[in-house]
Each structure stands twice: as C-alpha cells, then as structure tokens.
Write a protein that binds this ligand. Structure first.
Ligand code: GAP
Length: 445
C-alpha cells in the first residue's frame, strides 16, 4: 500500500498548463462544453459533477468570509429578471457597452479595444469604425413581444442590492456601515468570449455592496482591498501570481471614484478576478431620482440624514474557480511514476475524503460502507472499490481529494484504517473511532 515519497518535478507553465486544466476538466468531470452532443455553443460550458461541487465550494468559501463570519453583512437573493427601469437608472442601458468593429473582409466581429489595427482572423486592416454594442441580453416578459414587455437578464448582481437597500435596512434594523451580499448568475452578451471559463456569456458573480458614512469611504475602500486579497491567498493562490492593480482615472467606470482589481497571472497574462470599487453615492442617488423613493439613512435619535457611499468588492465565481485550478495543478513523481495532482485547499476540493476498500471482496464492504457513512456525516466523499489501489490514489490526487481512507482485511480485526495524504503521500493508521476527529483536525485546521 505504501508509496515511495513524492519527488517534486514542478507543474507545466503557460499554454501547457492551460491545456492540462482544460483537458483535466473534461476528463474528470469538472467542466464540459455545453450541449456537446449538438456541437456545443460557442464559449458556453456546463459544470459536471466535480465542477459543480468545486464551484459550490468556491462560493461557500466566499460566503463564509463575507457573510457567515461577519456581523455587519446580510445576504439577499434578488430576481434575475427585473423592472427595466433599474437598468435605465443604473446607466446600463446607456453605457454598458463595448466598442464593436467588423472586419469587411471576413465579416468577423471584434472588441476594438482588444485588437490592433488588423483583424486577428484574416489580417485585413479593412475594419469598420468602432460603434457601441450593449452587452445586456434582451428578452420579453409575457406572451406579447413589444416595447412594453422588454426585460433584460441582469448583467451584474449589484443592482439587486441597491434597489433593495431601503427594504433590507429597515427590515434588518441596520445602520451604516453594513453590507448586502449576493451571489448568482449574471449574463453579458460578450463580443469575444473565450479562454475557457475566463470570459463567458453566462457566469456567476459574488458581490457585496458595503454602505458607509460618506466620510469613511476611503478607509473602507482600503480595508476591503486588503481583506479580499487575503481571501485569495488563504485559499491557495500563490503570492507571486496575485496582485492588486489600481485603475487610472481614465479607466474608471461611470459610477466609480476609485477602483482596484485583484488580478491573477493567467497563462496568457494578468487578468481580473475581482474589482473593488468606491461607487460613491452614484447608485442610491440614481435610483432615488428615478423611482422617487428616498434612499438614505436617517437616524431618528440624532436627526442625522445622509446618502451612504458604497464600497463594492465584486468577484466572479466561475473565473475564480479557474484560477484556483490553475494554481493547484502540479506534477511530480511517486514510486517512479509521473503523477498529476491538484493541490487544492481542502475546502475547495470537490471531495474531501475518498474511501477505498483495499479489495472488492464482500467481507470488506460492510465495514468500508460504515466508514463511508462516518465520513459522509461531515464531508463530501467518494467511495471507490474499483481498480488497483495505486490507480485509485492517482485518480483522487488528480481531482484534488486531500485524504484517502483505506479499509483492509486487518481493519476487520483491529478496527483501524489508514489515512493517506494527497500532498505528501504519507500514511498513518488509526482506530476508526478516532477517524472523524482526525479528519476534522486535518481538513479544518
Ligand atoms: N458590479 C460590478 C461588476 O459587475 P465587473 O468587474 O464587471 O464588476 C465583476 O465584474 C467580476 O465578475 C469580474 O472581476 C469577473 O471576475 C466576473 N466577470 C465579469 N464578466 C465576466 C464574464 N464575461 N465571464 C466570467 N466572469 C466575468
């Protein structure tokens, strides 16, 4: 059962790393091209069994830090389809655009700010003038298709927090500083989606609007930049592949007085994982003006009244999952054989524990199932009794399972099992009645 100690060779880099992750994602059930049997649909993906678990874990890790561990943030779950006046007031109808150019030779369309003077497809420089292209998906609510029934799929979750500001503050008896968090799907009709799940037309966001007294906005902006950078480090993004980039004034969105992006070094270069913006009082004022409803904090005891400023840490769950996969991928050698291993943080791994009976023989199954039941009371587990133990370890390493528990024939006598560590491949034997407490100590340290 024992393996020779892992010898570290190091992971591939650049496009080799990117390809390793795209291949692994499909082969091991993380991410599939959407509707592949019909030829897919460009840059749209379905999350498979392991990807679904991992994406949920990424969102749970965010939720833990942003909601569960805080007493100043509450959560909501707003509708994806909402009154189009929301998008008019927020500025999305007028300004949520990217500059679009057509190549007159091959008819491909591009984002003008992402290409030079020539078409990346055919090399022609016969391009149209750039024109604004609105990224919102338009649809109709109800059976009649007309101007009166137009609605949009939300392009960000943030507006749900602004339009619910008064309801949340009153119902939860909140006073600034406080935050409203939300995670969920957003939709953008991106001109050039790509780089796997980095830029897709349907994706998941994890956003929080933190409402503060106006004089405190700069302090809270700094605070959230530090907090959010720490979160990525804590869950396994290496320091050297993470940076905070402050926007130049010309780069700022229409609503922002300061923005910093948390960036990750993707195989093709630095890319944004999260934007932290000081949105000032732009959104609350815009919605107050458009709806005629006062959106401000009023302290009855002191008579104090003001429109809070908002600090917004806005992250992408799907894009962040990809960054965690890229950071975790490693290759080394165990027992003279090459091994691919995902060194994921235990909270992010699809499974925390794999239960591997040494043999398929029937005598082992009842005890192995009992061990699985113990582990499943707290963790996502896989039970696998197929193939050789070495191959089963390799499979668990490749999908990032931090601990394997093997049940062997001796276990029937001594009521003990072996725990094997993904990263070191070290094994320790321990009584089954100490198993759960040991798993907790090792997975939740
Ligand atoms: N409410 C502010 C806002 O939505 P954003 O920078 O446009 O800001 C926040 O989006 C995050 O959402 C990005 O940092 C990125 O992680 C993710 N995101 C945005 N567009 C995306 C897309 N097309 N595909 C995948 N993730 C995307």
């Amino acid at each position: 059962m024992a393996e020779n100690t892992a010898e570290h060779k190091g992971p591939p880099t650049g496009t080799d790393l990117f390809e390793a992750i795209v291949n692994l994602s499909k082969r091991r059930g993380f991410v599939f091209p959407s509707a592949e049997i019909y030829g897919g649909i460009r840059s749209t993906y379905d999350y498979g069994p392991l990807g679904t678990l991992m994406l949920r874990n990424v969102k749970d890790a965010w939720w833990r830090a942003m909601v569960q561990e805080r007493d100043d943030v509450v959560a909501i779950d707003a509708a994806i389809l909402t009154n189009p006046k929301v998008w008019e007031a927020s500025g999305h109808l007028a300004t949520f655009t990217d500059p679009l150019v057509d190549c007159r030779k091959c008819n491909e369309r591009w984002r003008a700010d992402q290409i030079g003077d020539t078409c990346p497809n055919c090399g022609s420089s016969d391009l149209t003038e750039a024109r604004p292209f609105n990224l919102m998906f338009k649809t109709f609510v109800g059976p009649v298709e007309g101007d009166a029934s137009v609605a949009y799929l939300r392009p960000e979750t943030a507006q749900g927090m602004f339009v619910n500001f008064a309801n949340v503050m009153t119902s939860m008896r909140l006073r600034p500083p406080f935050g409203i968090a939300q995670l969920g799907r957003s939709f953008r009709n991106e001109i050039t989606p790509g780089n796997f799940v980095f830029r897709t037309r349907e994706f998941e966001q994890m956003e929080m609007e933190f409402f503060v007294p106006p004089a405190e906005d700069a302090t809270w902006f700094e605070y959230w930049c530090t907090e959010r950078l720490d979160w990525y480090r804590r869950y396994g993004i290496p320091e050297q592949r993470l940076r905070l980039r402050h926007h130049e004034t010309e780069e700022l969105s229409h609503y922002s007085s300061a923005t910093a992006d948390v960036e990750f070094e993707f195989p093709w270069g630095w890319g944004e994982l999260e934007g932290i913006a000081n949105r000032t009082d732009f959104d609350l004022k815009a919605h107050a003006a458009a709806s005629g409803v006062r959106l401000e904090y009023f302290d009855q005891a002191t008579g104090e009244r003001y429109v809070p400023h908002v600090i917004e840490p806005a992250a992408g769950a799907t894009r962040t999952m990809m960054a965690f996969l890229l950071s975790a991928y490693d290759e080394d050698e165990v027992g003279g054989e090459r091994r691919a291993v995902l060194r994921l943080h235990p909270r992010l791994s699809p499974y925390q524990v794999a239960i591997l009976p040494l043999s398929k023989k029937e005598e082992l199954a009842p005890l192995a199932r009992e061990v699985a039941k113990i582990c499943r009371s707290r963790y996502m587990c896989e039970y696998d009794d197929t193939q050789s133990i070495g191959r089963r370890y390799r499979r668990q390493d490749e999908i990032g399972t931090p601990l394997c528990v093997t049940v062997d024939f001796e276990s029937l006598e001594d009521h003990a099992v072996t725990i094997r560590d993904r990263d070191t491949t070290e094994q320790v034997r321990l009584p089954i009645d100490q198993l759960l407490s040991t798993l907790v100590a090792r997975l939740e340290a």
